[in-house]
Design a protein around this ligand. Structure first.
Ligand code: NDP
Length: 447
């Protein structure tokens, strides 16, 4: 039975993050009537509490090293302490500006922003506060959130979302985890002058090329980070210093604060997916190649699908969905060759297969070319981590993996991804004239 105040839309999007916003605006551009439901700020993880503010903190943190290098370049800058309250305040202002831009863009696109948390009433209707929205098509784009492991005292720790809300950074921090978020924040905080101890139960950056991860780890340790591997946290307690983490080997580490960076999970609570009949697998919503769930008119994009949790992937999935459903331009996201970067110091960027994965798939046919060197920018300071460039070649010397540790690696790997997408071989790389002096010239000159 129709609700008396029911509002009808061609598309109702749940979640105003990267995937949801991209889908909503694209669908509206194709003439669909669209509503986006959002209980928090418009922009989602990427804009509000992820990629963008994190990268600003990476830039802020890197200034420390530039200041330390300055005397060797003839700038006699005396040692200065960072004002982390200023950095955090400026980052928050930039996030506010972007949040406003995203809201204005929705408005310009003619998309209705409905504030509140959406809850399915049935397969086509959602309750949002007092309102009931009916969508002929519904897109679930609710993203993910940090997971707190089942650990005594886990509530005493911060998660990554909290870091952006701090007034200032603490003087010392224990970071639990060895993934993207743990490693990036370990480097940001250490660069800003925080004493960091990172607790890694297995390996740093599992899934990335091991040789390149070893180079990242060497660089992190050279900068003074303490990385304790092979130990797990057993409990977190309050202590005179702030927090104490009890470890599996019986030892403990104290710091002013603890960051839990132990993974992220989709936000499914409260959606009442059962009412819509949408199937869940573990904590994710499975979808087919067209982003369709088991319910014909309900789709999902981004982190909630639990495939590749990266903003550009969510954006492309959202646009492909909208083009296919509302624009008579059917297309699918290609999840095959996705470049990614970890903004550690040194930075790691990668596209394609790690050496380990290539050997698993192609065995003896795999060849590896590598170069390790100190970049010219380090010649005068005489400090700083080494660059590591690596090509993983498969049958007929096709480039299957391109990996880089060092300055600007994310910028460089983005370009290499184009060549790899076109099926480049080692001979194609070698035929390219080197650009000198640069770091990336090693990719076209390595033996
Ligand atoms: P990850 O899954 O990358 O890493 C989680 C880490 O926590 C792993 O090292 C894991 O160990 C460890 N861990 C999990 N549970 C425990 C526990 N109980 N005790 C100790 N350690 C534990 O998650 P992140 O939170 O770092 O990142 C989530 C996702 O966000 C990433 O997969 C990525 O897609 C995205 N992201 C991307 C970024 C980028 O593109 N630059 C930046 C930040 C996030 P183990 O390996 O042993 O399981």
């Amino acid at each position: 039975m129709a609700h008396p105040d029911e509002q009808r839309f061609d598309l109702v999007v749940v979640g105003a993050g990267s995937g949801g916003l991209a889908a909503a605006k694209r669908a509206a551009s194709h003439g669909a009537s669209v509503a986006v439901v959002e209980g928090s700020r418009v922009g989602g993880t990427c804009v509000i509490r992820g990629c963008v503010p994190k990268k600003l903190l990476v830039y802020g943190s890197a200034v420390g090293e530039q200041l330390a290098d300055a005397p060797s370049y003839g700038w006699p800058v005396p040692p200065v302490a960072p004002q982390t309250h200023v950095l955090l305040d400026h980052v928050r202002r930039e996030v506010d500006r972007l949040n406003n831009i995203h809201e204005a863009a929705l408005d310009r696109a003619g998309v209705a922003l409905v504030r509140g948390w959406g809850r399915f009433l049935d397969a086509r209707r959602l309750q949002v506060g007092e309102q009931v929205l009916r969508g002929e098509t519904i897109l679930i784009a609710v993203g993910g959130q940090p997971v707190r492991p089942n650990l005594p005292g886990a509530d005493l720790a911060l998660v990554s979302d909290d870091l952006f809300l701090l007034e200032r950074f603490p003087s010392s921090m224990v970071i639990i985890g060895g993934g993207y978020i743990a490693c990036e924040f370990a480097c940001i905080l250490q660069g800003i002058g925080v004493t960091v101890t990172q607790i890694v139960r297995r390996q740093l950056l599992r899934g990335f090329d091991r040789g390149c991860v070893a180079s990242v780890e060497a660089g992190m340790i050279e900068k003074g980070l303490v990385v304790l591997k092979g130990v797990s946290p057993q409990a977190i307690r309050s202590s005179t210093m702030g927090r104490c983490v009890v470890l599996s080997d019986g030892s403990s580490v104290e710091a002013e604060a603890v960051l839990l960076a132990t993974g992220r999970q989709p936000r499914l609570e409260g959606l009442n997916l059962e009412a819509a009949g949408v199937a869940v697998e573990g904590v994710r919503i499975p979808v087919d190649d067209d982003q369709r769930t088991n319910v014909g008119h309900v789709f999902a994009v981004g982190d909630v699908t639990g495939r590749i949790n990266l903003t550009p992937v969510a954006v492309d999935e959202g646009r492909a969905f909208a083009d296919s459903r509302f624009g008579q331009k059917p297309r699918r996201t290609d999840h095959g060759l996705v470049a990614s970067a970890v903004f550690t110091q040194p930075e790691l960027a990668t596209v394609g297969l790690s050496e380990e994965e290539a050997r698993r798939r192609h065995g003896e046919q795999v060849q590896v070319c590598e170069a390790r060197f100190r970049s010219l920018s380090r010649a005068l300071p005489k400090t700083g981590s080494r660059c590591h460039l690596k090509l993983v070649l498969g049958p007929r010397e096709r480039v299957l993996g391109c990996h880089m540790v060092g300055e600007h690696s994310a910028e460089i790997i983005q370009m290499a991804a184009i060549a790899m997408g076109m099926g480049a071989t080692k001979a194609d790389f070698d035929r390219t004239m080197a650009l000198h002096p640069s770091i990336s010239e090693e990719f076209v000159t390595m033996a």
